[in-house]
Design a protein around this ligand. Structure first.
Ligand code: GLN
Length: 311
C-alpha cells in the first residue's frame, strides 16, 4: 500500500538536497554536459498504485547517458535471450566505467552490460540484422513505449559531441572487435551506442520507463507485460551488483536498491514490488555517479524503509 506521506517525503528530500553546498562535479568531457546547472535537482517516485510523487526539477530533461544501458540490455535479452551472456558477463567490475584492463584478461568479453565495453557489446547484438538507423529507432521507440511518451528524443548535439570525443569508447570497441566479440562494423555499433547515450529524459519520464522492473516485468497502470518476472528479477540483480561501476558496493550499502547511474547525473532505482524512482543531480562523485542523487536515495529508502536488505 502507498506510504501515506510519500509526497511529503519526496518534497522534503528535494528541499534538503537543494540546500546542500556539496554538489559534486559536473561532467566536463563534452560541452553540453559541462554547461548543465549544478544546482538542478529532481526526484520522482511512482508507486505500485501509480501514485506519482515529484519534487524539484522533475520535468527538466537531462542526458540519460549510461542509464540507457538498462533498456538496451532489456531489448537485447528480448532478441537473443540468455545467449547474450556468451558476449558479456554479469560480474561487478570494480573498475571505472570506461576501463579497458579487464578486457585483455577475459578475451574481449566485458565483465557486465553496464560498463561501457559491455554496453557496446549489447548494442552490437541489437544492431545485428538492422541498419543503424533502425536499431536506434527501436531503442528510442522502446523508451517512448515504456514511458508512454512519444516526445522522448535524442539530443543530437550531445550525440555529435560523444562521437567527436569518444576515443576511449572507440578503443574499447576495436579491442573487443579484435577478439571477435563484435559482429558489426565498429563505427556502426558506436554510432548507435553514442546516440542511445544521448537520449534526453525527465525524471518523470524515466521513473515511468522503469516501472516494469519494480513490478515483476509488468507496467501496472497499462497492464503491459514487458518481460517475464524472472527476467525483471535478473536485470535488477545486475543493476544492484554492477549499476554504479566501482561504486556499486557503496550504493548497495547506503541505498540498498538496484540502481543504474549515468554521467549526466541521473539514477534510475527500483524498489521491487514498491516503486520506480528517478533522481537527477548533475554533480558527480569520484566514480562518476550522481553525488546528491545517491544521498537523496539513501534518505528516501531510510525514511520509507525500502532497502531490499531490511528496514
Ligand atoms: N556516453 C558516456 C560514455 O560512453 C556514458 C558513460 C556514463 O554515463 N558513465 O563515456
Amino acid at each position: 500500500s502507498p506510504s501515506p506521506d510519500l509526497h511529503a517525503v519526496v518534497r522534503e528530500i528535494a528541499e534538503e538536497m537543494r540546500a546542500r553546498p556539496d554538489r559534486g562535479e559536473v561532467a566536463t568531457y563534452i560541452p553540453e554536459l559541462a554547461r548543465v546547472d549544478a544546482n538542478a535537482f529532481g526526484l520522482v517516485v511512482i508507486d505500485a498504485d501509480g501514485t506519482v510523487a515529484a519534487g524539484g526539477d522533475a520535468d527538466v530533461a537531462f542526458s540519460i547517458q549510461s542509464i540507457s544501458k538498462v533498456f538496451t540490455l532489456t531489448l537485447a535479452l528480448g532478441m537473443v535471450g540468455d545467449r547474450l551472456w556468451r558476449r558479456v558477463g554479469r560480474e561487478p567490475s570494480g573498475s571505472p566505467f570506461n576501463s579497458i584492463v579487464q578486457l585483455e584478461r577475459e578475451r574481449g568479453i566485458p565483465r557486465n552490460p553496464f560498463i561501457n565495453a559491455g554496453a557496446i557489446a549489447v548494442t552490437d547484438v541489437i544492431l545485428s540484422g538492422h541498419q543503424p538507423r533502425e536499431a536506434l529507432g527501436e531503442i528510442l521507440r522502446f523508451m517512448q513505449f515504456l514511458a508512454e511518451d512519444p516526445t522522448i528524443a535524442i539530443d543530437e548535439a550531445v550525440a555529435a559531441s560523444e562521437l567527436r570525443t569518444g576515443f576511449r569508447n572507440v578503443a574499447l570497441a576495436n579491442y573487443m572487435k579484435s577478439f571477435g566479440v563484435l559482429d558489426n562494423p565498429v563505427d556502426f555499433t558506436l554510432g548507435v551506442y553514442f546516440h542511445h547515450c544521448a537520449i534526453a529524459m525527465t525524471c518523470r519520464q524515466l521513473a515511468r520507463a522503469g516501472r516494469f522492473l519494480a513490478h515483476s516485468g509488468r507496467t501496472p497502470s497499462t497492464g503491459h507485460s514487458v518481460v517475464s518476472a524472472e527476467r525483471a528479477r535478473r536485470i535488477n540483480a545486475v543493476m544492484l551488483t554492477c549499476g554504479h561501476y566501482d561504486g556499486s558496493g557503496e550504493f548497495a550499502y547506503r541505498v540498498g536498491l538496484p540502481g543504474k547511474s549515468g554521467v549526466g547525473g541521473g539514477i534510475l532505482a527500483v524498489a521491487p514490488g514498491r516503486a520506480s524512482i528517478a533522481v537527477w543531480s548533475p554533480g558527480l562523485d569520484a566514480s562518476g555517479n550522481s553525488h546528491l542523487g545517491r544521498i537523496a536515495l539513501e534518505a528516501l529508502t531510510r525514511r520509507l524503509g525500502w532497502s531490499i536488505f531490511g528496514v
